[in-house]
Design a protein around this ligand. Structure first.
Ligand SMILES: *Cc1c(COP(=O)(O)O)cnc(C)c1O
Length: 374
C-alpha cells in the first residue's frame, strides 16, 4: 500500500533547500576553488568577509570565529570580564547567551523582560546593578532590536560594557543603525538556521574599538603574536575558509531575505493580529523576524491545530534561563521573573522564511483563526 503521508504538504519552520537552490552553482564553484587551493584556515575569504561585514555595519573591525557562542565568550574575554564579576542579561533567550558568561567564571544576573518586545526591560536593569556588575549582554530576540538608547545610557552612567547578542538579528536596525555595532561589541552566529546561515558552524564579533578586535584576533588563534610566540592564553576559534566563502555569497542577499521576512510578518499580522498578540515593531526599528512569535493564552490548542495540519510550530523558549536546571546554583525560583515566565507559557513561533509563499501564510493564518474559534 502506498504511504499516504507522502502526498501531504508539510510546512517546515525553515526551508534551507529552497534558499540554497538558486545559489548552488556559485557556491559549488567557490568551494571547489578552496579545495583546489588547500587554503582552509584564515585565508582570503575570511578576511574579505570580515571587511564586508565591517563595512555593512560601519564599524572599525570584524573578526570571523567558530560560532556565536565563541563570539560571546571572546567578547567577554576581550573586555576582561572574569571570575567574581556579574553580567546582566535576559532570561528569555537561547541558553548560549548566559552560558558564555559562566565560561569566564562570571555570574549571570537575570533581569525581567518587556511584555511587548520580549527583550530585556531597561526599567528593571538598574535595581540589579551592584559593585560587581561589569557588563550587560543585550539580546535582539527573534530579530527585534532591544532598547539601545536606554541601555547605553544606563551602561554609561555605571561604567558598564555592553555586548549585543545579535545572533538572531543580522541586518536589524535601531534608529537607522544596524544592531551589533552600537555597544562595545556585537556577536553574530552563522548557525545554518540563522537569518545569515553557513553550511555548518560559524560566528563573528564586530566592534568599533580596534583594541577589542585586535585582542579577539589574537584570542581566536591561541594568543599567537609571532611564530610560536604566545603572549597570553588564547583559544582556538576560527571561521573556516569554506564557510566564509559560502557566507560571502549569501551575504549579498541578506537585505532581500530580511525584507521578504518582513513582508511575510506584515501579512501574518494583518491576518491574525486581532486574534493573538502579534510581534510589535516600535517606531524607528527594523525587526528582521528571525522568528514570527505571537502570544495566546490558548497556545496548546493552536499548536495542536497547526501540527494536525502538518504545519510546524515551535515554542521558543519554554523554560526561561533562570529556571533551567543548569542554573539552579544561582538560586532563582518560580515567580522571580514573572514576565519571562508568562511569555514562556504563551509564545508560539510559526514558519517564516524568505521562500514561504503568501498562499501558505494565508493557509497557516486560517488554521490559527479556526483553532481560536473553537
Ligand atoms: C544561536 C544563538 C547563539 C549561539 O550561536 P551558535 O553559533 O549556535 O554558537 C547565541 N545566542 C542566541 C540568541 C542565539 O540565537
Amino acid at each position: 500500500m502506498p504511504k499516504i503521508t507522502e502526498n501531504i504538504k508539510t510546512i517546515p519552520m525553515l526551508d534551507l533547500k529552497a534558499q540554497h537552490e538558486p545559489l548552488n552553482e556559485e557556491i559549488k564553484t567557490a568551494v571547489r576553488e578552496i579545495l583546489d587551493s588547500s587554503r582552509f584556515i584564515l585565508g582570503p575569504n575570511v578576511s574579505s568577509f570580515e571587511q564586508e561585514v565591517a563595512a555593512y555595519h560601519n564599524v572599525a573591525g570584524a573578526v570571523g570565529l567558530g560560532s556565536g557562542t565563541d563570539a560571546l565568550y571572546l567578547a567577554l574575554r576581550a573586555l576582561d570580564i572574569k571570575e567574581g564579576d556579574e553580567v546582566i542579561t535576559t532570561p528569555f533567550t537561547f541558553f548560549a547567551t548566559a552560558e558564555a558568561i559562566t565560561y569566564v567564571g562570571a555570574t549571570p544576573v537575570f533581569v525581567d523582560i518587556d511584555r511587548q518586545t520580549l527583550n530585556i526591560d531597561p526599567l528593571k536593569i538598574e535595581e540589579k546593578i551592584t559593585s560587581k556588575t561589569k557588563a550587560i549582554i543585550v539580546v535582539h530576540l527573534f530579530g527585534q532590536p532591544a532598547e539601545m538608547d536606554e541601555i547605553m545610557s544606563i551602561a554609561g552612567k555605571h561604567g558598564l560594557k555592553v555586548i549585543e547578542d545579535s545572533a538572531q538579528a543580522f541586518g536589524a536596525k535601531y534608529k537607522g543603525r544596524p544592531v551589533a555595532g552600537i555597544g562595545d561589541a556585537g556577536c553574530f552566529s552563522f548557525y545554518p538556521s540563522k537569518n545569515l546561515g553557513a553550511y555548518g558552524d560559524g560566528g563573528m564579533l564586530i566592534t568599533n574599538n580596534p583594541e577589542i578586535s585586535e585582542k579577539v584576533k589574537l584570542l581566536r588563534n591561541h594568543g599567537t603574536t609571532g611564530p610560536y610566540q604566545h603572549s597570553f592564553i588564547g583559544y582556538n576559534s576560527r571561521l573556516d575558509e569554506i564557510q566564509a566563502a559560502i557566507l560571502r555569497i549569501k551575504f549579498k542577499h541578506i537585505d532581500t531575505y530580511n525584507s521578504k521576512r518582513r513582508d511575510i510578518a506584515a501579512l501574518y499580522t494583518s491576518l491574525i493580529g486581532n486574534a493573538v498578540a502579534c510581534p510589535v515593531e516600535k517606531q524607528d526599528r527594523v525587526h528582521v523576524y528571525h522568528q514570527y512569535t505571537f502570544r495566546t493564552p490558548v497556545r496548546a490548542a493552536v499548536e495542536k491545530a497547526l501540527h494536525d495540519n502538518h504545519i510546524s510550530a515551535v515554542v521558543y523558549y519554554p523554560i526561561p534561563l533562570h529556571l533551567q536546571v543548569a542554573f539552579n546554583y544561582l538560586g532563582y525560583k518560580p515567580g522571580d521573573l514573572p514576565e519571562a515566565e508568562a511569555a514562556a507559557g504563551e509564545v508560539l513561533s510559526i514558519p517564516i522564511y524568505p521562500e514561504l509563499e503568501p498562499e501558505d501564510v494565508k493557509m497557516i493564518a486560517g488554521v490559527i483563526l479556526k483553532a481560536l474559534q473553537k
